[in-house]
Every structure is written in structure tokens, then in C-alpha cells.
Design a protein around this ligand. Structure first.
Ligand code: T46
Length: 134
């Protein structure tokens, strides 16, 4: 459902690490928007929506964030627990995103500008949308 990728990381513990990914190589879309969610309290759950067309790469450079992803047929849990781990969400996927540790940071690079029309914010509507398009 989601594709887990390893973000190239260079460095060592004495000097720190540098992680990077490249548009159209590691993330197979043009990136039009970057946003990040920070200072969320431990235990916070955000999301509760899906996107119709938007593709995103999500990574957690600091802390631990759990994603519960549902493509309308099956559910998968992914823990973003390393700055070198990212996931790409390519298809309409219901997502619930939990802050496992305080001050974890979720960074997202998205294939398009913000558009509320692309969101499905009701689970029943999401299931109907999936059934109509499959
Ligand atoms: C997603 C997860 C991982 C904007 O005005 N511009 C933006 O680029 C974004 C992303 C949001 N907003 C507004 C829309 C809402 O009024 O910021 C407010 C909070 O957004 P939302 O409730 O959608 O936040 P999350 O954390 O539930 O979801 C966000 C993204 O919206 C979503 O695309 O996949 O992070």
C-alpha cells in the first residue's frame, strides 16, 4: 500500500548525520509543497482523512510517529522511528497519525499545492469513493 524507502544518510556519531532525498529520483513526482507538523503532544492523533489525487512522502527527522494506513481494503501500521525512513503514499489512503513521543516532527513533501477539495474527511465517504473507483 505505502512504499517504505530508505533516505540516503551520510555521517557518523562523532559529527552527526545528513540525510537527503531527490525529487524525481527517490520521490517520483515533482514536489510543489513542503509542510511539517511539530510541537504536537505525545499521544496526539491527527489525520482522519484521505486524499483523492495528492501523492506525498512522509518522514520523521526527530522522534517517533505511527501511521495507520487504510486503502479501503486492508490496514497497515508503519512506525516512522528513524530519520532515514520515509514512506510514499501514492493512492487514496485513509490515514491516522499518532505522536508516540512528545515533540516528534512529521515532514511531508507533496506533489501539489494545498487544496481542501482533494481531501475526503469522512470515513464513510472514503469507502464510497474507493468502491466507486475500483
Ligand atoms: C496529511 C497529513 C500527514 C493549510 O492551510 N495548508 C497546508 O498545506 C496544509 C497541509 C494544511 N492547511 C490547513 C488545513 C487545516 O485548516 O491547516 C489546518 C490543519 O490541517 P489538517 O487538519 O489537514 O492537518 P493534519 O495533520 O490532520 O493533516 C496534514 C495534512 O493536511 C494532510 O495532507 O496527509 O498532515
Amino acid at each position: 500500500m505505502a512504499v517504505i524507502i530508505n533516505i540516503d544518510t551520510i555521517g557518523k556519531k562523532e559529527i552527526g548525520y545528513l540525510s537527503f532525498f531527490e525529487m524525481l529520483k527517490d520521490f517520483p513526482y515533482e514536489i510543489k509543497r513542503i509542510y511539517y507538523i511539530h510541537h504536537a503532544p505525545e499521544g496526539m492523533i491527527r489525520g482522519f482523512h484521505a486524499h483523492k489525487k495528492l501523492k506525498q512522502i512522509l518522514f520523521c527527522p526527530y522522534g517517533e510517529i505511527e501511521l495507520v494506513l487504510d486503502n479501503g481494503f486492508c490496514e497497515e501500521k508503519i512506525l516512522l522511528d528513524s530519520p532515514s525512513k520515509a514512506i510514499i503514499i501514492n493512492e487514496p489512503t485513509w490515514r491516522e497519525i499518532k505522536w508516540m513521543t512528545k515533540d516528534s516532527v512529521l515532514c511531508v513533501a507533496a506533489s501539489d499545492y494545498y487544496d481542501e477539495e482533494d481531501y475526503i474527511r469522512n470515513y464513510k465517504d472514503f469507502k464510497e469513493y474507493i468502491n466507486r473507483s475500483s
